[in-house]
Design a protein around this ligand. Structure first.
Ligand SMILES: Cc1ncc(COP(=O)(O)O)c(C=O)c1O
Length: 352
């Protein structure tokens, strides 16, 4: 089946088994990319091109003023021999919420959904076969006006690339609560996904890593008191048997994995509480022994057990034993759905 997208099929693939199964996260790209341009109110016909450099002007406004957005989700091999995208419509919705926030035009649903399905169909052999592997899909959308006036661009480029990936973390995650820098603040862009959010977070992550942590535990931008996210993931705590996660109040990225995991937890008869969680409550619940577990949830890592959180002079440690954690149970339930081993009761898979 073809959607009629003009395709420049490469004759020489770079795919080998070791490239597919062992590439470091996000460093090797599949043979093709989807590309479409926007100019003065109109989208050009999308094309599937050989993956490679694109020409942009050094005056392109994305480079100067940051009208640039990315998304990320995965395609998995399914047990019936197919490949399925996981909830691509949710990433399209988030991309377009980000676009609206950055005064950029919406990306049309058929361009995103049909274009990505066609790209994955073309490069399906790049999807890893190993347990926990996936083809990571990276949509990118940026402003291309060659103009230094600070105003919304009139021209844009939408590109989608993909790469074979394995598990993001090779060990349970260690976080340090960040009290100097903030990721987001009310009225800012913390609940959407512009590139600039990530630039502003790099220094904090770099400092955390130089002290032996994987990333920071972000606290709220006003008082540095409420827990928000764990580095590049949403966060869930198990407190007195309930799954407790920060409510989406406008400074937290609404993760697609977060939504999937909360849905599955409810289906496992685990009470889910979406509410404000102060870092002091985490410390107290850990001391009382009611806080038994913490995990990060996000596309790259899926469900990542958290082994340690440092807050000031306190080190809180958590069980990451895969036999006994809620996180491990929900992770395997999610994996089973993504790979077609369990029934897709929520309609999350889009087979290509
Ligand atoms: C800051 C941040 N929070 C949370 C997430 C998790 O979102 P998702 O589950 O949609 O990947 C991500 C990853 O996209 C992220 O970058």
């Amino acid at each position: 089946m073809s959607s009629g997208i003009a395709t420049q099929v490469t004759r020489s693939t770079r795919l080998t088994e070791s490239v597919r199964e062992q590439s470091p996260f996000g460093e090797v790209f599949s043979d093709h990319m989807l590309s479409a341009g926007y100019q003065d109110g109109h989208w050009s016909a999308p094309e599937l091109l050989r993956f490679g450099p694109v020409m942009i002007s050094p005056a392109a406004s994305a480079l100067h003023y940051g009208q640039s957005i990315f998304e990320g989700f995965k395609a998995h091999r399914t047990v019936d021999g197919g490949v399925a995208l996981f909830r691509p419509g949710d990433n399209l919705a988030r991309l377009n919420r980000t676009a609206a926030r950055l005064a950029m035009p919406a990306v049309p649903a058929p361009l995103f959904l049909d274009g990505i399905a066609e790209l994955v169909r073309l490069d399906r052999d790049w999807a890893p076969t190993r347990e926990g592997g996936a083809l990571y899909i990276r949509p990118l959308y940026f402003a291309t006006d060659e103009a230094l006036m600070v105003r919304p661009s009139r021209s844009y480029r939408f590109i989608v690339m993909s790469c074979p990936v394995g598990p993001y973390f090779s060990e349970p995650v260690r976080l340090v609560a960040e009290e100097e820098f903030v990721r987001a603040f009310p009225g800012g862009t913390g609940d959407v996904k512009p590139a600039g959010n990530y630039a502003g977070a790099l220094l904090a992550a770099q400092r955390a890593q130089s002290s032996g942590f994987h990333n920071v535990l972000w606290l709220d931008g006003l008082q540095h008191r409420l827990v928000e996210e764990s580095g590049l993931m949403n966060i869930v705590f198990i407190i007195a048997g309930a799954a407790v996660t920060p409510a989406l109040t406008g400074t937290i990225l609404p993760g697609v994995t977060r939504d999937s995991v909360l849905t599955l937890l409810r289906g496992m008869n685990i009470r889910v509480e979406e509410r404000a969680i102060a870092i002091d409550e985490i410390v107290a619940a850990h001391e009382e022994g009611t806080l038994t577990e913490a995990f990060g949830v996000g596309t790259a890592a899926t469900v990542a057990p958290i082994a340690q959180i440092r807050y000031r002079d306190r080190d809180l440690s958590f069980s990451t034993d895969p036999q006994h954690t809620v996180g491990a149970r929900v992770r395997s339930s999610l994996e089973a759905i993504r790979t077609g081993r369990a029934e897709d009761r929520h309609g999350w898979l889009v087979r290509v």
